[in-house]
Design a protein. Structure first.
Length: 499
């Protein structure tokens, strides 16, 4: 049997939608958009570094180059932990981008990182903002100094709340901790001993696309031609995942049926983020597309693909591997991608020996957070994406996870930070901060939105360049249009900078 061919996929996915003219203006005169002349050098350099990185990402895509790669590389250099899955940079790897030291100062030892001056004044600063009617009937908040782990502010810190999509922070941290940032999800083609029956085996990669599936078919055809085979029977195997495929919210444009085998997240249009029409049979669609590619390359399929497992004696003839888990985490957080988030939860379940369904994922993610010594009391992780209103987490848990991701002893968790949307630049925060807002570029945060529920959790550089982790959760909110500016104002207040 021919040796299997492995094809990695690292696909630049989404160009940022910010205007290049705005970036150029910031590069020419950062003070013009960053505020008064007394902005400290470190924080100003950090924002300028983000702008430089943003320009690079516009050209290259955010998932495999630019700022995030620089951050991961620097974290790897400072790696204090061992193990096969902790993502050290290989010798001779690319150097961090020139902007990395400035941008990452708050994560390293080059910037003093003790509690900020005026930390005792946080209650006076945040309490009036938390009392805004825009934040509904209940709101909670936690702020942590990432250098010391000290909680600088807490309001309802241990109160379980519906987190919406901020629960993706917990899902991502658990997956990275369990599997490591370099883990890749395999989609495999296995052949019977005589080569005349193929099985397309899904590993749980929701980002498998048509180009990768076509390449997988081409590799398979080459292996079959070497044996003189020109026709096969085709099966497809989704047994890696268990339980119901439908999310508890039911059929929905925000998520496809959760399957171990799918193409383009089961999307029926050309989008790669946000709501979209979804197939009801992602695995069957993927198998039928694969059969078509085999036919195109000269290997006929004798019948329509059928669900089934490969024979015990079958051998792999071709393999496609996803982008690294670090990239999947970043995409899930930046775009609030529900399909990837549910896949991350199930991959965590598989790593823990649990059934890869909603219940098994909940047990596995919770157990992994306990291993990270996180405060999980009151937490209920009903799903990985935050679409389930039965999810419950505390602001204390989310802020603690972000602080742990900044810990030099846990570089494997760094993609939790590098994947956060950047205020005014990327993902779900791309349009929530103006060019003149003092939070632009220094706030990185995961958003959360359900009807009546709004949340924001992330990191911010204060006015002296220190990194703070925060989580703000609100329920009973009148509308997202009112709640989001109120949450953004809370995060901006942590910069400690006045106009």
């Amino acid at each position: 049997m021919a040796e299997p061919v492995e094809r990695p996929s690292i696909k630049p996915l989404n160009k940022w939608g910010r205007l290049k003219d705005t970036l150029k203006d910031k590069l020419k005169d950062p003070k013009r958009t960053l505020g008064s002349d007394n902005w400290p050098l470190v924080a100003g350099s950090a924002v300028l570094g983000l702008v430089v990185a943003a320009g690079a990402v516009i050209a290259a895509g955010p998932w495999d180059s630019g700022q995030r790669k620089a951050e991961r590389d620097r974290a790897a250099v400072r790696d204090r932990t061992g193990g096969a899955h902790h993502g050290r940079t290989a010798p001779g790897g690319a150097d961090p981008a020139p902007s990395a030291p400035a941008v990452l100062g708050a994560l390293g030892s080059t910037v003093p990182r003790s509690a900020p001056e005026g930390a005792s004044g946080l209650p006076d600063t945040l309490a009036p903002l938390l009392g805004s009617p825009a934040l509904g009937t209940r709101s909670t908040a936690v702020v942590i100094d990432t250098a010391t782990g000290k909680q600088l502010y807490g309001h309802g810190a241990t109160t379980p709340m519906t987190p919406a999509s901020t629960v993706k922070i917990a899902t991502a941290a658990a997956a990275l901790s369990a599997l490591g940032p370099d883990h890749r999800i395999a989609t495999t083609v296995r052949a019977s001993p005589d080569g005349r029956t193929l099985t397309l085996v899904g590993g749980g990669d929701p980002t498998l696309d048509k180009a990768a599936l076509r390449a997988l078919a081409a590799d398979t055809v080459r292996a079959l031609r070497a044996k003189g085979i020109t026709s096969v029977k085709l099966a497809y195997d989704t047994s890696r995942y268990s339980g119901p495929a439908l999310h508890p919210i039911g059929p929905n444009e925000n998520i496809a049926p959760v399957s171990a085998l799918m193409v383009n997240e089961g999307r029926l249009d050309s989008t790669d983020r946000g709501p979209a029409p979804r197939t009801t049979d992602p695995a069957g669609d993927a198998a039928r597309a694969f059969a078509g590619y085999l036919d195109d390359d000269g290997v006929a399929t004798k019948r329509a693909p059928r669900a089934g497992r490969p024979a015990a004696a079958s051998e792999p003839v071709a393999t496609h591997r996803s982008a690294p888990l670090s990239s999947l985490v970043e995409r899930a957080l930046t775009n609030s991608d529900n399909d990837i988030a549910e896949a991350l939860a199930r991959q965590t379940a598989l790593a823990a020996g649990e059934l890869a369904d909603f219940k098994g994922s909940r047990r596995a993610v919770t157990a992994q957070l306990k291993k990270l010594k996180m405060p999980v009391t009151g937490a209920r992780l009903a799903d990985g994406s935050g679409l389930d209103r039965e999810d419950r987490v505390t602001a204390g848990l989310l802020a603690a996870l972000l602080a742990r991701a900044a810990d030099p002893d846990h570089p494997e968790l760094r993609p939790v930070l590098t994947g956060l949307p950047v205020a005014g630049f990327s993902g779900t925060l791309g349009n929530r901060y103006s060019a003149t807002d003092r939070g632009t570029g220094v706030i990185r945060a995961k958003t959360g939105t359900l009807t009546g529920v709004n949340a924001l959790a992330g990191t911010v550089l204060d006015h002296r360049g220190r990194l703070l982790a925060f989580a703000f959760l609100a329920s009973g909110t009148p509308s997202a249009a009112e709640a989001e500016p109120a949450l953004d104002a809370l995060a901006t207040a942590l910069t400690g900078k006045t106009r």
